[in-house]
Design a protein around this ligand. Structure first.
Ligand code: UN1
Length: 495
């Protein structure tokens, strides 16, 4: 019997009578992981109502006290890091070191935000008038919706939830359906930490029903969404109708440039981790390798030699290098792109679904490398799988031109020993994140995270940007002159 989980509304786990349910399955072996409620519009309305009622009390709770609760939630995640890491690996297929890394990223961020409860800084600014004081303060937005993907099923929900909560918002959380079991652990951390009823609610179910209900409800003042471009655009358009703040974190087509003077062994480790870590299913994954012609063939040979030793298999086995892709849907989409690639480019490595024995029950795709000119579909569209497009270039200028000629701009990287070129690349690469001599993945939580072009709509999350995302700035003027002073009219001029 599969473990059954309910919705978390107003501090209580509830399973509505006659609820429709869905299951998540382990992508390595097809075994069920958990059964969850497909919430209806009415269920979502109850969650929003609970958040709406809980909001004033939470807003009035001093931010340092909110921080203490967050610290306790981080404590839960720390204590249960190993078992939650297992759940992550079992439910979405990333290898166990990365499953635990996912939880660690959640811990890091929740602790970081807990400390933010003693800051939430505003500004004090001089007035042009005498006996007048000017400042800004930060206020919560109200009820916010956090809609999250399956690829970082504990880290990304916490990036949003912890930031929203420390700022004093009440949250309705909708996780991706195929990582719903991980979402239960996220909620348990805050439940055990003592978040008051209604301040954090969980609604599971489809984007079409649950997501739409959240994004169109006038009581939801802001939506923070991480996921695919199509869904993101839909959320943005629907949110715009209600003039909501919509934060979008969408796709990537992240390049690593390897120049002729690079440390090739260092670049090799970076490209392997960037392209095939999490089976290529990070928004920040390296999906393009832009190789200088002078090192093209030797580097490709190093890459394919190393892949020959790669072990694909059960992600919870610590010896496994790469697990399955997350779902049948993912598998179908990636295999379809591989077929497209075979027509427009040269398949250099991999390209097959693994079959036979234990592989038959899971969604395993070989690490795949295409040699392609720039401009093919596989070199420009986000695949979100273990597929790397390799593009040959003759110099730095061409490398940057190719790197920038895509619709996305999340992460980017250059391997070079030339310090002048490295600094030039920091400026030239059109992306929210640039790495020098490191792969495109592995962002740290105390810095802003986000991208340009179709990767988003201009916002950043994590770091102190997270506070911007979840607060309204109020400007306050205090006039203690006891007379009417008119700005711009009564101000004395020094000249
Ligand atoms: C994502 O794939 O959406 O930079 C997030 C990284 C991780 C976060 C990725 N820290 O790879």
């Amino acid at each position: 019997m599969t473990d059954e989980f309910g919705l978390f509304i107003n501090g209580t786990w509830t399973s509505p009578a006659k609820a429709k349910r869905f299951e998540t399955i382990n992508p390595a072996n097809g075994e069920p992981v958990g059964s969850f409620v497909s919430a209806t519009r009415e269920d979502v309305a109850k969650a929003i109502e609970a958040a709406h009622r809980a909001y004033p009390g939470w807003k009035e709770t001093p931010a340092p006290q909110r921080g203490e609760i967050l610290l306790r939630a981080a404590g839960y995640l720390r204590r249960h890091k190993k078992e939650i890491g297992q759940i992550v690996s079992r439910e979405m297929g990333k290898v166990i070191a990365e499953g635990e890394g996912d939880v660690q990223e959640a811990i890091d961020f929740v602790e970081y935000m807990a400390g933010e409860g003693r800051r939430l800084l505003g500004e004090t600014v001089p007035s042009e008038l005498r006996s007048k004081f000017c400042m800004t303060i930060r206020q919560p937005k109200g009820v916010v919706a956090c809609i999250t993907p399956w690829n970082f099923p504990t880290a990304i929900p916490n990036w949003k939830i912890a930031a929203a909560l420390i700022c004093g918002n009440a949250v309705v959380f909708k996780p991706a359906s195929n990582s719903a079991r991980c979402a239960v652990e996220v909620i348990r951390a805050y439940e055990e930490a003592g978040v008051p009823p209604g301040v954090l609610n969980l609604v599971t179910g489809s984007g079409g029903v649950v997501g739409t209900a959240l994004v169109t409800d006038p009581r939801v003042r802001a939506v923070s969404f991480t996921g695919g471009v199509e869904s993101g655009r839909d959320v943005y358009v629907k949110g715009a109708q209600g003039l909501k703040m919509v934060h979008l974190e969408l796709g990537g087509k992240n390049p690593v440039i390897v120049m002729e003077d690079a440390d090739l062994r260092l670049a090799l480790d970076g490209v392997l981790f960037g392209a095939f870590g999490t089976s290529g299913q990070r928004c920040t994954a390296t999906s393009r390798l832009i190789l200088h012609e002078k090192v093209y063939e030797p580097f490709l040979k190093m890459l394919t030699d190393r892949l020959d030793t790669f072990r694909l298999g059960d992600p919870v086995d610590p010896k496994t290098d790469m697990g399955p892709v997350a779902s049948r849907e993912q598998e179908e989409k990636i295999l379809a792109y591989i077929e497209i690639g075979k027509k427009e480019a040269k398949l250099r490595y991999g390209g097959k679904k693994l079959r036979g024995g234990a592989y038959d029950k899971g969604f395993f795709i070989e690490p795949t490398i295409f040699e392609t000119p720039h401009g093919t579909r596989i070199s420009k569209e986000e695949i979100f799988g273990p597929v790397l497009s390799v593009i040959k270039v003759k110099d730095y200028d061409e490398a940057v031109r190719v790197a920038n000629d895509v619709d996305y701009g999340l992460s980017s990287s250059i391997y070079t020993r030339d310090v002048n070129r490295a600094f030039r690349a920091m400026d030239d690469l059109e992306a929210g994140i640039t790495y020098i001599n490191a792969p495109t993945i592995g962002a740290e939580i105390q810095l802003p995270f986000g991208g340009v072009k179709n990767t988003g709509n201009g916002g950043r999350e994590a770091g102190t940007a997270a506070i911007e995302e979840f607060t309204e700035v109020k400007t306050v003027f205090v006039d203690f002159s006891s007379k009417l002073q008119k700005a711009q009219i009564d101000a004395e001029s020094a000249v």
